[in-house]
Design a protein around this ligand. Structure first.
Ligand code: BGC
Length: 752
């Protein structure tokens, strides 16, 4: 609907109606106003299927919702590294929403995985903001192409479940911009989601619902967001302050209580009515967008969508290890499936994303449509029981005996439901003891042991050296082509925020800064269990012929990078080509490398394809707290093609020249190093020194060359680099304070 028309409608609303429109009707609906033709719209949980509830509503996944298709969760879909796949998933969800008359899905959930302990990581995409924004963006694109809104969540810095409603995430501007905002930024600018959900937590002491800098200055003004912002369920703190900050809709219903506060605030002159008007306009713009583009012919096609879920699953599974090519299983082999998850798979996490699945297919069921195994060659034993930490000796005995008789043992293990859920964090990375013990026992009698994992977050694998293969199923599929969207550390103690995750006194200090996930492990050259980006295939690939269009560019120039990839194995496979950028030197403390591009391609045996990337300024930039903007430091950057974040296969260097030179202001406390690093400062300094100290400067400069015995050239250079100007008065004859002040003024004039 045209904005003029919307404004006209708002003009006809009473103050009470306006305040009312900005809070929910009930758990899942916005309010309608019949006399003005404003419909009430339904919103529903996502992100991996539709959780549409009717009568008994809750936000914890306790009560049932309609029967729907459960797609792989975010942890899994991110591992696909496949944008088209996520768009397809989004289109499917969008069609389901049209069929069920749901105007907006509450997702995707896209917070950064700061620690593997976060209870909700199974819903989130990645530890990397670029990957997270790309995957979420692809999904948003798909959903919205069906004229259904999305509500990317939880904006922002909701990286723990512990005290999520009171805790403050404390971080500096640099960290916020490069990691936690960056995870939303690309998606918002490119895909313009219809709505955004603000998170429960505070950011540097201010609740997100009241955070004007985040909701209005950055989201709307800087990034161009033009939808409406709703609270997470119950995340409202002070409604009047929230409205002023740019939060448009309180969810769920407040029963009228906070609407009255708004009315009073306007009447008392504490809140300008125009703020309320704008909020209503933002809401109506989206409400009518959905209403005017309804597809009343849409039908929820459960079977078709289940097939799409299967296709999505196929690309999510990550082959972590495959010694002696024990996988794929061959049809003539006798295989024992061990573990209850082979029959009753664990395929989703707990909480608001919980789907009432219309159909659940287990690995045993999948045998019916898998060509490369014969059902009669497969046996099944349960392996472990329902008491998660108690080893049942009889079940283990049965498993080892069956394993001895088989050619291959495949253990379906993972984390039980109560180990990871919305609402609380994990305390450790262990699997239940009964499963670890089962794996050890089976591996002791069967050399060909394979472990298939059903979990939403990294775990420790004490048995990794004793088994042949590991499939991170997140959810299952036949030809693994997933790559990890997160690092699997060796132990929780190795993680960046091990000492302070969760925080104290409701403050969670992000003292690791931008060193999140692989940014930390690669910069510290640490061993991990499996690095970010890792994923094997049943075939092999070779990357070659990396070409970087130019070796010297200005920051505003695009740079074309190509690499050839060949399938050198004997079966079809998909590979993710990962491009990282690594600054070589510079004055800023930065991660060793960062992911700046990825593409997934499919190759037949022997086939070669050329993959192309176009790099822009942001590939080299960091967030400067001096200019409060992205800045590129002049210097060399290595363009790297990685097998994963740890193993770099090919690289090439490009010199990038900054086009944005900061105006420098020098003082008597500026160091000589700082002045000499600035071309203009250097010129003024050298000239002034020659004039001031003459011969003496000459002899000092000779000393500085390190021709004495006590001091080497390097030592002298290091000392001079760190010497502030004012110290020259004491050490260089002829240099006066007045002359130095003139020098500083000269440099200032020059640099402005
Ligand atoms: C969750 C949201 C969810 C909402 C509605 C909240 O508890 O944090 O992700 O969309 O409930 O169920």
């Amino acid at each position: 609907m045209e904005m003029n028309k919307i404004k006209e409608i708002v003009g006809q609303m009473t103050l009470e109606e306006k305040a009312g429109l900005c809070s929910g009707l009930d758990f899942w609906h916005t309010k309608g106003i019949e006399r003005l033709g404003i419909p009430s719209e339904m919103v529903s949980d996502e992100p991996h299927g539709l959780r549409k509830q009717d009568q008994t509503a809750d936000h914890l996944g306790i009560n049932d919702s309609i029967k729907a298709v459960c797609f792989p969760a975010g942890c899994a879909t991110a591992s696909s590294f496949n944008r088209e796949l996520l768009t397809k998933l989004g289109e499917t969800l969008g069609e389901e929403c049209q069929a069920e008359n749901v105007s907006t899905i509450l997702g995707p959930a896209m917070n950064i995985k700061r620690s593997p302990l976060c209870g909700r990581n199974f819903e989130y995409y990645s530890e990397d903001p670029f990957l997270s924004a790309e995957m979420a963006g692809a999904l948003v694109h798909g959903v919205q192409s069906k004229n259904v809104g999305t509500s990317p969540k939880h904006f922002m810095a909701n990286n723990q479940e512990y005290h999520r409603m009171t805790s403050s995430s404390e971080m500096d501007e640099h960290t916020m911009r490069e990691i936690y905002l960056a995870s939303f930024e690309g998606m918002i600018k490119k895909e313009k989601p219809w709505t955004i959900m603000n998170s429960y937590n505070k950011l540097n002491g201010t609740y997100l619902c009241e955070n004007k800098e985040m909701l209005t200055d950055i989201l709307r003004k800087e990034w161009g967001f033009d939808g409406y912002i709703m609270t997470d369920w119950g995340a409202m703190n002070d409604r009047v302050e929230a409205l002023k900050a740019g939060c448009n809709l309180e969810m769920p219903s407040c029963g009228g209580a906070t609407d009255a506060e708004i009315v009073a605030a306007v009447q008392e002159g504490v809140l300008e009515e125009s703020v309320l008007d704008t909020s209503c306009e933002n809401l109506l713009n989206i409400i009518f967008r959905y209403e005017e583009n309804r597809d009343k012919t849409a039908v929820f096609q459960h079977e078709r969508d289940q097939e799409i879920a299967r296709q999505v699953e196929e690309e999510c599974i990550v082959l972590l290890k495959n010694d002696d090519s024990v996988l794929p299983l061959s049809a003539d082999k006798k295989v024992v499936f061990i573990g209850k998850y082979a029959k009753e798979p664990r395929y989703q996490g707990g909480g608001s994303s919980h789907i009432n699945s219309f159909k659940v297919e287990s690995a045993l069921d999948a045998l019916d449509f898998t060509k490369n195994v014969k059902r009669e060659n497969i046996t099944f034993v349960r392996g472990f029981g329902d008491k998660e930490d108690k080893t049942e000796t009889l079940l283990v005995k049965e498993a080892t005996e069956a394993a001895k008789k088989a050619d291959v043992a495949v253990i379906f293990a993972g984390l039980p439901d109560n180990f990871e859920s919305e609402g609380y964090d994990r305390k450790h990375l262990h699997m239940p003891n009964c499963q670890n013990e089962l794996i050890e026992a089976v591996a002791a009698v069967q050399p060909n042991t394979v472990v298939v994992l059903h979990n939403g977050t990294p775990i420790e694998m004490p048995w990794i050296g004793k088994i042949k293969a590991v499939l991170e199923a997140y959810l299952g599929g036949p030809n693994p082509s997933g790559h990890l969207a997160e690092t699997f550390p060796l132990r929780i103690q190795d993680t960046l925020c091990y000492l302070n995750y969760g925080g104290e006194h409701d403050k969670s200090v992000y003292s690791e800064g931008v060193f999140v996930g692989y940014r930390y492990y690669t910069s510290k050259e640490m061993e991990v269990l499996f690095p970010f980006g890792h994923g094997l295939s049943y075939t092999t690939f070779e990357n070659h012929n990396l070409t970087v269009e130019k070796d010297h560019i200005r920051e505003s120039e695009s740079l074309k990078v190509t690499v050839d990839v060949t399938n050198t194995g004997s079966c079809m496979g998909k590979e993710v080509i990962q491009l990282y950028v690594s600054p070589k030197g510079g004055t800023i403390i930065r991660p060793k490398r960062e992911l700046k591009g990825f593409e997934k391609i499919e190759l037949e045996p022997g086939e070669t394809k050329t993959v192309q990337f176009i790099l822009e300024k942001r590939a080299y930039a960091y967030w400067s707290t001096e200019i409060h903007d992205w800045h590129v430091e002049s210097g060399e950057y290595e363009i790297q093609i990685g097998w994963n974040a740890r193993n770099i296969l090919l690289s090439s260097v490009v010199y990038v020249e900054s086009e944005n030179v900061f105006p420098k202001v020098f003082s008597l406390n500026s160091t000589i190093g700082e002045i000499m690093a600035d071309p203009k400062g250097k010129a003024v300094f050298e000239q002034a020194m020659a004039a001031m100290a003459g011969e003496d400067a000459q002899s000092m400069s000779e000393q500085a060359q390190g021709d004495g015995e006590a001091i080497s050239k390097e030592m002298m250079a290091a000392m001079m680099e760190a010497t502030p100007l004012r110290q020259l008065i004491s050490f260089v004859p002829g240099v006066t304070k007045k002359a130095l002040e003139q020098l500083v003024m000269g440099a200032k004039r020059l640099s402005i």
